[in-house]
Structure formats: structure tokens, C-alpha cells
Design a protein around this ligand. Structure first.
Ligand code: NCN
Ligand code: DMD
Length: 363
């Protein structure tokens, strides 16, 4: 075990509360008293109902949001599975610190708190502007050895929990979880193949843009790793430790803690959704606190979403990561809560409710 590891079992943490069905039902009834044909705001109404049930608040708030980007490197990058060298992970972390990445731009527009957490970056990092919570420098090459030990996976989950706790302490009301890690689509594809039973060939994708020849090689690397690691599909921590990534484990912890604290969590793309699947396999009650921001171009994302019966809000052909798609979806959550809080009722505005029994003009 790495000397940096502090072991804390996910099972020792706060229990996850139930989705507040009564609050959700009140929100649904109230929506039908607002000045619009019932259901006419479609999925925005469903979103408002979900946010009421997640938070247990009749008029939930999601501002300010907190963005957390977890960064780590992957030993499997040595197999030539990414279009970019692993040094780009540390370079992008430096870019997050100076504010030039896409997630910085989107977070600024949202007025979001943005935190970058090093869980396992191999290269040198700026001393300031990031949270140093490294479990180890990169995972092992999952083609040749386990990505990490069970203790290291648990330690990385604890890193994610702490990040959610900091966002809560800073009064953030919604968590946007992102990641940065060259080669993490290989780790995520391997994990998803085990957890879903979908053949690797059906879910592997170009990630940062590998050539067709490299894509065939990437598929072969993943298939060989699945045989060599023999992860137990019914043991999510085994899958995470043998095939996963440190930033993926941290995302699992961030979702677990958000659910424990009734904080809505916006899920980003492929890697984020595989992490969400692990969190839900560990604690099924996490599922109801997750809102899926967008559908990534990465082919595995559709399979990960199907495994969670999730239908994301946006489909913009993105495949960046960093939490970018989740950040772009956030204004819809804001609109849903504002609709609940600010729209006039039929009765208040003196609008005939069309005979639905919600409000009638005096005869
Ligand atoms: O979020 C997604 O759906 C997504 C899809 C493809 C790639 N990425 C990002 O690209 C990096 C991983 O791609 P790769 O090719 O190095 O495995 C990692 O930093 C991710 O944030 C992200
Ligand atoms: C440049 C670059 C930026 C990223 N952001 C998230 N993953 C990324 C991968 C690359 C290669």
C-alpha cells in the first residue's frame, strides 16, 4: 500500500437518505397550479420535481453550483491507447489553474466555485491553485497489473467525499463533477464492459481521437486486460481497483457524499457516467440524486446511460470531459427551480385554468 494512502471504507460513512417522495409529489401538484397548460414545460417540470425530491425542499435552490475536476494519470497510457501523451494531464491541470480550459470558461459564466483536485497526476504540478490529495502517482498499467489496490481505491473515494464536503461547506447547492486523465476512456471502457456485459467492440471509442488502427489496438488492450484482471462484475470495488482510475474513484466518492447530503449532482460524459454506475452499484440510492447533463459522442456512453436508465438533458456531440457538458446543462436546473419559485399561479394572476379545477373565473 502506498504511504500516501489513508484507508476509509465507504460503508463507514453517513447513510444515504431516501428520495423525498412526499416533497416531489407536492412539487408536482404545485406545478399544475402555475399559469401554463399542465405538463407544458415538459422535462423542465420533471427536473423541478426531481430537485424537490432530492433536496427535500418545496422550493429547491441549485445556486451557486460547485464544480470539482479530479485529475489523475493512467499506467495503461504506456500501451499507446490515447491520441495524446500522458504529460498532457499535468499540462491541462496547469491550464485549469490559469483559467484557460473550457470548464473554466463555463464555470465563470455560471458563477460557480471551481476546484481542481490532484488524486494521482504523475507529472509536476503548480504548487498553488489546486487541492493536493494525491493517493499515488498514476495507476498501474491495467494490461499488466491491477490499476490500484483496494485500499488505494477506497482512499481515492475518500478524496472525492472530501471534495463534496468542501463544496457544501462553501455553500454550493449543486455539484458538477468532472475529470481529466489521459487514457481514462480505456479504463472506463474496461470497467463498463465488466459491469454491463456489453462486448468491448460495441463500447470502445476514439477518446481524444485515436486513428482507426489505434482503435483496434485499444480494443485488443482492453480485451487482454479483462482476461488478465478477471474482475468480479458483482463487486464494484474490485472492478474499480483492478481496471479503474484514481480520478474515477474520486468521482464515485463525490457522488456518494452528494447523495448522503441531499445535494443534486450533475453527471458529465462517459467517464463520469461509468463512475456514477459504480457509485449506484455500491449504493443504489445514489441514483435518484443524479441528473445527467449530456450524451457524449463516445460510443460507450450510450451503454453506461442505459445501465442507469438515464436520459441526459443535452445532446451536443461533445466528448471533452472536465465537467463541460454538465456545466452547460446547469442553466436548465436553474430555470426549473426559478419556474417553481417565480411563476404566478392561475389564482394569483386571475387566469382561467381551462376548467381543470385549479382556478375558475367568478361567474
Ligand atoms: O467525457 C467524455 O465523454 C469524454 C470522452 C472522450 C474523452 N474525454 C476526455 O479525454 C481524456 C481521455 O481520452 P483518452 O483518449 O486519453 O482516453 C480525458 O481527459 C477525458 O476527460 C472525455
Ligand atoms: C487537450 C485536452 C483537454 C482535455 N480536457 C479533458 N480531457 C482532455 C484531453 C486533452 C488532450
Amino acid at each position: 500500500m502506498s504511504p500516501l494512502v489513508t484507508c476509509r471504507s465507504h460503508a463507514m460513512n453517513d447513510p444515504i437518505p431516501d428520495f423525498d417522495e412526499a416533497c416531489a409529489a407536492r412539487a408536482a401538484r404545485y406545478l399544475d397550479t402555475l399559469t401554463k397548460p399542465p405538463g407544458s414545460l415538459g422535462r423542465l417540470e420533471a427536473l423541478a420535481v426531481s430537485l424537490a425530491g432530492i433536496t427535500g425542499e418545496d422550493f429547491p435552490t441549485v445556486t451557486p453550483p460547485g464544480v470539482v475536476v479530479f485529475a489523475a494519470d493512467h499506467g495503461v497510457a504506456a500501451e499507446g491507447v490515447s491520441a495524446f501523451p500522458p504529460s498532457v494531464t499535468a499540462q491541462m491541470v496547469a491550464n485549469f489553474v490559469t483559467g484557460g480550459a473550457a470548464i473554466n470558461v463555463f464555470a465563470r459564466r455560471l458563477g460557480a466555485r471551481l476546484e481542481v483536485v490532484d488524486v494521482g497526476v504523475a507529472g509536476e504540478l503548480p504548487p498553488a491553485g489546486i487541492v493536493h490529495d494525491k493517493v499515488r502517482r498514476a495507476t498501474g498499467n491495467l494490461r499488466r497489473e491491477d490499476a490500484m489496490s483496494r485500499d488505494e481505491a477506497e482512499a481515492a473515494i475518500a478524496v472525492g467525499r472530501r471534495a463534496t464536503e468542501r463544496a457544501l461547506a462553501a455553500d454550493c447547492r449543486c455539484l458538477i463533477v468532472g475529470e481529466m486523465g489521459i487514457a481514462n476512456t480505456t479504463a472506463s471502457s474496461a470497467m463498463l464492459a465488466v459491469l454491463s456485459g456489453v462486448p468491448v467492440a460495441d463500447l470502445v471509442g476514439e477518446g481524444t481521437g485515436v486513428t482507426q488502427a489505434a482503435l483496434v489496438h485499444k480494443r485488443d488492450v482492453i480485451e487482454a486486460a479483462l482476461v488478465a484482471r478477471a474482475a468480479d462484475p458483482d463487486a464494484p470495488l474490485d472492478v474499480l481497483a483492478k481496471l479503474g482510475g484514481l480520478e474515477i474513484a474520486a468521482m464515485v466518492g463525490a457522488y456518494l457524499e452528494a447523495a448522503a447530503k441531499r445535494m443534486p449532482a450533475l453527471v458529465d460524459g462517459f467517464i463520469a457516467t461509468v463512475a456514477a454506475l459504480v457509485a449506484c452499484r455500491l449504493e443504489p440510492r445514489v441514483r435518484s440524486c443524479l441528473i445527467f447533463g449530456h450524451r457524449s459522442r463516445e460510443p460507450g456512453h450510450a451503454h453506461a446511460l442505459a445501465a442507469l436508465s438515464a436520459d441526459p438533458l443535452l445532446d451536443l456531440d461533445l466528448c471533452l470531459g472536465e465537467g463541460s457538458g454538465a456545466a452547460l446543462a446547469f442553466p436548465l436546473l436553474e430555470a426549473a427551480t426559478a419556474m417553481l419559485a417565480e411563476m404566478a399561479t392561475f389564482e394569483g394572476a386571475g387566469v382561467n385554468d381551462g376548467g381543470t379545477g385549479r382556478h375558475h373565473d367568478p361567474v
